[in-house]
Design a protein around this ligand. Sequence first.
Ligand code: ARG
Length: 463
Amino acid sequence: MSHNNSKDKLWSGRFNEPTDAFVQKFTASVNFDKRLYNYDINGSIAHARMLSKTGILTAQECEHIIKGLEDIRAEIESGNFAWSVELEDVHMNIEARLTDRIGDAGKKLHTGRSRNDQVATDIRLYMRDAIDAILIELTRLQQGLIDIAEREADTIMPGFTHLQVAQPITFGHHMLAWQEMLARDHSRLIDCRKRMNIMPLGSAALAGTSYPIDRQLTCEQLGFDAPSENSLDAVSDRDFAIEFNAAASILLTHMSRFSEELILWASAQFDFIDLPDRFCTGSSIMPQKKNPDVPELVRGKSGRVHGNLMALLTLMKSQPLAYNKDNQEDKEPLFDTVDTVIDCVRSFADMMPAVQTKKDNMYQAARSGFSTATDLADYLVRKGLAFRDAHEVVGQAVRFGVENNKDLSDMSLQELQGFDGRIENDVFDVLTLEGSVSARDHIGGTAPAQVRASVARARALLA
Ligand code: ARG
């Protein structure tokens, strides 16, 4: 004997008592999945049209459903939709409201479908747009870096390994290194979007449906590349969420590295750049402070994106086929990653063009770290020494420089000749910072001409 008193529920037929009040809240996802409403409505409209074209619904029922769903979309957008936790999730909230509004036709919308294929479809639709939005910001950041690289193609700075001055490079070259990382992130996101663009709708709960559905029709309407090949896989697959979050994690790892460099460069100890005031904050106690909050936060936020990746991997790792309620836990990490990535990339895209370089400081830093030692060794090799011997000779010159507080280019010809008699006056062409950077004149090298050529190629690829 059925005496359920939770009439609101769309699945209460077989239940003998209402859901425990806490369990209701515990199992509900509407508070976070309502953000999928647009995609849920679009998916439902495509499904209704297909049901009508295949004769499963009448044309009139379909029209009522579509009109009802569009009205609900307007209700939600105007803030007049009463989301209800009793109705669990975005799907049942919208469906129940549809039946409220249009009566019995609303109850037919769910024919040949399950929330399992519905939600899998909704998230993919959402993720497609999310990736497109991220790519817009990412492209803007890449363009900004390319512009800086062009502007600073001749700006000399020290290049580091082990955070010790290594060889002179140009600031433009450094910006293009960042742009290369982002270009890979960009293509990873595009790849991920391609693999994601497969339609689960029609898989129903897990095995497909006995109605004569036409999946090509829904697929075309929703802009998917193909219907999924296996219904069990389609309702339970969250690879795309993991893959996206992995791509996002690498992107945020890159941005965390950029942040670290900006923070170092903006410090009084490096003093290579000035971050725009509007991207910094002060200290409530130390009046002199201008803190690089934006890069610090981006560096910090990379942690939550990495955490979300771990959450998603762990969420999926032991699930048997097909859908399990666990999957509902995919949304919060995913949404958080999308929001975090957009904010981080956007803040950098806004900030980077306004970063000012302190060219003299960078130049002096490059001069003071024996950054042209390799150039001197290469010079000696051209004069006939074996590289290992040249390395040793230059090592002695550097030791002399350290003891006497002299850079290589500050030493006299006589002093230099004391280390090797083959050194002549032309040595100063290679010991200058300008000579050193322009000598690295091949694809991928730091020579200003190469930086400009690389800028042109990067621009063409991005256009
Ligand atoms: N809110 C659910 C989720 O996000 C929708 C699918 C529920 N399906 C089910 N059989 N309980 O995963």
